[in-house]
Design a binder for this molecule. Structure first.
Ligand SMILES: NC(=O)c1ccc[n+]([C@@H]2O[C@H](COP(=O)([O-])OP(=O)(O)OC[C@H]3O[C@@H](n4cnc5c(N)ncnc54)[C@H](O)[C@@H]3O)[C@@H](O)[C@H]2O)c1
Length: 258
């Protein structure tokens, strides 16, 4: 085990699988005691056990982050059992493409609740623990869909663009208190959620990978490595930034093949 986050308490939302799980394991491998949150209680417990077996420290705290009462209990329990948070990773999120015309008010509200409002509420809860100690790092998982249009992802894209903006605003307001807030915009990552959706498309994961400059999907661990950097003191002057981790997708201009 190395020590880039030695003794720093982290909380990762949506950490039972995919990018959240990889992030929880990575932060723990660098000495951070990790609060493993997920709406899936069994999955969160399994990741906490995996961390402990690897020699790290973890506590599973299941909660639905779209429910404000559950979210507040989650942050209170984390503080009571582990101490005030040093690192918050807003990872819980996701959506499946739906044309805007078919996205009624209930679905729109649910997409915003998970992908933006929960991030806002988690940040407020974490900042209440970080501000008095004048230190802390927040890393929020946005998306390439927050940078550019993607078919069927209008509500999700709007929420993820909001996350990028929220991190910049936290950086400005809380930077003077020694707190940093940054976002990561992943490209297509081979998480369980993404793979389930890609399986429904003609050509599946392989045909998606072929359109990426790096010619493959990313792995959850490749996002986890970027989260670790932004959470650690190595990123001490990185604040309000949006880091694309996408195999080059966001740098490509759409154009007909030559
Ligand atoms: N995989 C990708 O290609 C990709 C690309 C861009 C952005 N992202 C973003 O990365 C993050 C993680 O995505 P993933 O692909 O690993 O997802 P995933 O679907 O594989 O895993 C998401 C996890 O979040 C949990 N979760 C869902 N709702 C929750 C809630 N209300 N409260 C607590 N936990 C909840 C789920 O139970 C699950 O364990 C999401 O914010 C997603 O929008 C993913």
């Amino acid at each position: 085990m190395s020590e880039r986050l030695q003794g720093k308490i982290s909380l990762v939302t949506g950490a039972a699988r995919g990018i959240g799980r990889a992030t929880a394991l990575r932060l723990a491998s660098e000495g951070s005691p990790v609060v493993v949150n997920d709406i899936d209680a069994e999955g969160a417990e399994a990741v906490a056990v995996e961390i402990e077996k690897a020699g790290g420290r973890a506590l599973a705290l299941p909660a639905d982050v779209t429910d404000l009462a559950q979210l507040e209990s989650l942050f209170a329990a984390a503080q009571a059992q582990c101490g005030p948070l040093d690192v918050l990773v807003n990872n819980a999120g996701g959506d499946t493409p739906t044309a805007m015309a078919d996205c009624g008010p209930e679905r729109y509200a649910a997409v915003l609740a998970l992908n933006l409002h929960a991030v806002w509420n988690c940040c407020q809860a974490a900042l209440r623990q970080m501000a008095p100690r004048r230190c802390g790092a927040i890393v929020s998982i946005s998306s390439g869909a927050g940078l550019g249009a993607s078919e069927g992802l209008a509500a999700y894209g709007a929420a993820k663009a909001g996350v990028i903006s929220l991190m910049r605003n936290i950086a400005q307001e809380y930077g003077p208190l020694g707190i940093r807030a940054n976002s990561i915009s992943p490209g297509p990552i081979a998480s369980p959620g993404m793979l389930t959706w890609l399986d429904t498309l003609p050509g599946g994961a392989e045909s998606w990978g072929a359109h990426i400059p790096t010619r493959r999907l990313g792995e959850p661990e490749e996002i986890a490595n970027a989260v670790l950097f932004l959470a650690s003191d190595e990123a001490s002057y990185v604040n309000g930034a949006m880091l694309p981790v996408d195999g080059g997708v966001s740098g490509v201009l759409a154009a007909p093949p030559v």
